[in-house]
Unconditional design. Structure first.
Length: 628
């Protein structure tokens, strides 16, 4: 059961080799434009999401669907009628010719944006050559350029036809909130005589390769500076494409900063930003972005993707949306209505109840993470609440901006100074970090979900270790070998050998003041206790004996190999640098981590696991059928 209702109106669509394929792609983008009437349902507060997309495309034929996601309080039949009304109007009157030209230009820009990512560029070429049978991506670009309005309308009327429509509805069946049962942990201890089976020894050539793991050479050269209003600006020049990616983050926390009884205010505030600025209404703002084929998202996490030739104009529009929101009354009503409908579905969903149960058991009463939006808190929001929250949270002295791409660092700084430099903060810097918490006691909770036939199990505990602790490296290596992936000890022992689970993994989340260690697995209800016993036995063995030489080498190599993968795209570079900046870490922290991880010894693994992980203090939350 999901916390919303989804409807889809699906149709046969042109395949790759069909003469109408290019026009179909432009039609898809036109119908999904934020200036089109499908997204208008979102802007009017009638839908949470609405778009048109193709899927399951083959050489001779494909398929596409108009989707709408609505609150559980909206009848599926009403949502279908809204989508049909939009499509019927476009069939009768045709699509806007201006949007056809906009989407042709955006398609050309998107091809350039894909060069920002190694994966994106590889996918672009493999899709064109291996899947679509073309000589290069340039062929489809040439076809897109030839599309005209008549082509798009012909495809709309020929393919998106009511006579061939297939309707799908996904609606939650659970009426109202389910109860979560909880109490002191009844989880089993280590299974008597549990047989721990780790991997077979690696062949010598593989072991030698792992043991020769070295610190990857850094491929980025960030230029770190401060604007006049103390915005931290980090610029990474990259000239593999004629594009620029901007990622910004305002360090904030609704759980800490929202007034009492106003939970949900952060989503309503950010949801209002696209509704226009003090100088441009919603449609005018989208039109200006369309003119330069740029993509902008505003909020406490904001971004811009633009061609380098349009960088200045893109930053100007980003600043306008982020810093000068109009907060129109009509927009407030629409966004509040959407948030209310969304929350009404969320609070009744099993996934939400499971998270509530976990937080309640892990953290003390009154901790900020015990706060969740409810229909009552959202209903209480007023326009003045939004403006007050925005002025207190959206501050330059809490902001980090990373610019990656085809731009000179000085030019980037001058541009951001020009458009963001006048932004000023008032009052002292807010404290947004979650406070330290004591270790949790063991607990057990079950959240029933009538739609599940298997159970999702989370075993979690608070860990007092911080991201800056010297034990970060050995605990990271231990976790990577223990449960970090498909070659982990847990996956091999609990799934491959004993066949008790469908999947199992562990993760360690490190933050400034608090961290968490967690094991997740999915299994039949009758195998939960047996699987948990084996997991605890493996964990005890890790604390007593640590890792053998193969496992230690594998964990180090796996962690170090992820370093270049995280910076294989402009967006990946930006995410990593913002994360380090907000944690107060040096920008070369990846290199520091790799050096420390390579030097980890098995004695460090044993002592670190024994120090920070408490096998008897796990909170167990079962989503679905209880353990049998």
């Amino acid at each position: 059961d999901k916390p919303y209702t989804a409807v889809a109106l699906a149709y046969r669509f042109p395949g790759y080799r069909n003469k109408d394929y290019a026009a179909g792609q432009i039609l898809e983008n036109v119908l999904s434009s934020q200036r089109a009437d499908l997204f208008g349902l979102v802007a009017q507060g009638k839908a949470l999401q609405a778009s048109f997309t193709d899927f399951d495309t083959h050489p001779q034929a494909g398929s596409a669907a108009a989707f709408a996601v609505v609150p559980v309080t909206t009848k599926a039949e009403d949502a279908i009628a809204l989508v049909r009304g939009v499509l019927d109007n476009y069939r009768k009157n045709g699509v806007p010719s201006a949007l056809v030209e906009v989407e042709k230009n955006r398609a050309i820009a998107q091809a350039e944006y894909k060069a920002n990512s190694i994966e994106g560029l590889a996918f672009q070429w493999s899709q064109a050559v291996a899947v679509e049978g073309r000589s290069s991506p340039d062929e489809i670009l040439a076809a897109l350029k030839r599309v005209n309005v008549a082509d798009v309308n012909r495809v709309l009327r020929s393919y998106v036809a009511p006579a061939h429509e297939i309707v799908g509805i996904a609606a939650p069946k659970t009426p109202g909130a389910l109860a979560a049962s909880s109490g002191r942990s009844t989880a089993p201890g280590p299974e008597h005589g549990a047989t721990l089976l780790h991997h077979d020894p690696l062949p010598q050539w593989a072991l030698a390769a792992f043991r020769n793991t070295s610190v990857p050479a850094s491929t980025t050269a960030p230029v770190d500076s401060m604007l006049s209003n103390v915005i931290r600006l980090i610029v990474v020049p990259e000239h593999v494409s004629r594009t620029v990616v901007v990622s910004g983050s305002i360090d904030s926390s609704e759980a800490v900063q929202a007034p009492a009884g106003k939970d949900g205010i952060a989503d309503v505030t950010s949801g209002l930003l696209p509704f226009g600025t003090t100088t441009l209404d919603r449609i005018a703002l989208r039109s200006e972005l369309d003119n330069i084929a740029a993509e902008v998202n505003a909020g406490t996490a904001f971004s811009l993707t633009s061609l380098s030739q349009n960088f200045d104009r893109g930053v100007a529009l980003l600043a306008d949306e982020e810093l000068h929101p109009a907060f129109p009354a009509s927009g407030f009503g629409a966004v509040k209505s959407e948030e209310l409908g969304s929350v009404q579905g969320v609070v009744a969903s099993p996934e939400h109840l499971a998270q509530v149960a976990l937080n309640k058991a892990l953290y003390p009463a009154g901790d900020p993470v015990q706060r969740f939006a409810t229909p009552q808190t959202v209903s209480s929001l007023t326009p003045d609440d939004i403006k007050t929250y925005y002025s207190g949270v959206y501050r330059p002295d809490m902001t980090t901006i990373v610019v990656v791409g085809d731009v000179d660092p000085q030019r980037a700084k001058d541009t951001f100074e020009k458009y963001f430099g006048a932004w000023r903060a008032t009052g002292p810097r807010p404290v947004v970090e979650l406070p330290p918490v004591p270790n949790n006691a063991p607990a057990d909770a079950v959240v029933p979900d009538p739609q599940r036939i298997q159970s999702q199990v989370r075993l979690a505990q608070v860990a007092a270790i911080k991201r800056t602790d010297p034990d970060f490296a050995p605990l990271s290596v231990a976790n990577e070998s223990f449960g970090g992936g498909g070659s982990s000890i847990l996956f091999h022992d609990v799934r491959d050998v004993h066949g008790l689970v469908y999947g199992v993994s562990s993760q360690a989340q490190f933050e400034k003041n608090r961290s968490m260690f967690e094991v997740q697995f999915a299994s039949d209800p009758g195998k939960i206790n047996q699987a948990q016993s084996l997991i605890m036995a493996d964990l005890k063995d890790l604390s007593v004996n640590g890792l053998d030489a193969n496992e230690l080498a594998r964990g180090k190599a796996s962690l170090v190999s992820q370093i270049p993968m995280r910076v294989a795209s402009f967006a990946g570079i930006a995410r990593q640098l913002i994360r380090y900046a907000q944690l107060g870490l040096p920008l070369n922290q990846a290199t520091v981590d790799a050096r420390n991880e390579i030097n980890v010894t098995n004695d460090q693994v044993k002592s670190t696991v024994s120090k920070w992980i408490r096998p008897k203090d796990f909170v167990r939350v079962i989503l679905g059928p209880d353990a049998q």
